[in-house]
Design a protein. Structure first.
Length: 192
């Protein structure tokens, strides 16, 4: 039951995009089409889950025993960068259309503050390995839910008669604000 609570809280109650406001650059940049958002979601799920697991292992089995906790930021960033490079090479070779569609946002996964934030939060919340893994899957699922839902809304709004000064990013920011308010409602459901 505790693992479900961790997953559900990461997915909806503390959504990384709409409640914690991390990773907004990729949220606004990639969410213009559902297909691109799905590709970015899959890339983030992979990198976030693997990097969180690797960071947890490195922290608990290398940094803590040798009293090198102060190096965790550098170690976590190197871990994430390495995984993103592997993923980028894979996409370039195996799925070139998705690689081209994601453009500059694929390398930006390396600097995606949500991925680094999950690695830090899993350590700061003192999760064991399984809990950290469930947490990272929940956060990445919440990222996926938010970005795909947002892309769907943006696609539906594209042909709408929106005044010209609201088109593009202004209406996107307004929509994201309303989505954030909707997700904020989940905290009230559980008395958190």
């Amino acid at each position: 039951m505790k693992l479900f609570g961790i997953f559900f809280a990461a997915l909806l109650i503390n959504n990384i995009l709409l409640i914690r406001f991390l990773a907004l650059c990729s949220f606004f940049g990639v969410s213009t089409k559902i297909s691109t958002s799905v590709g970015m979601s899959l890339a983030v799920v992979f990198v976030m889950t693997i990097s969180s697991a690797a960071s947890w292992i490195l922290y608990h089995f290398i940094l803590v025993p040798f009293h090198l906790e102060f190096l965790r930021t550098a170690v976590f960033i190197l871990t994430i960068a390495s995984l993103v490079q592997l993923e980028e090479l894979y996409l370039k070779k195996m799925i070139p259309t998705l690689y081209r569609a994601m453009g500059i946002y694929l390398p930006l996964i390396t600097t995606n503050c949500a991925i680094l934030g999950v690695a830090f939060l899993a350590i700061d919340y003192q999760f064991n390995f399984i809990e950290a893994l469930v947490y990272s899957v929940g956060v990445s699922a919440g990222f996926s839910l938010a970005i795909i839902l947002f892309a769907y809304i943006r696609e539906r709004m594209a042909p709408a008669p929106i005044p010209r000064w609201f088109k593009g990013y202004p209406i996107a920011f307004i929509t994201a604000a309303f989505m954030s308010l909707a997700f904020l409602g989940f905290t009230g459901m559980f008395g958190l």
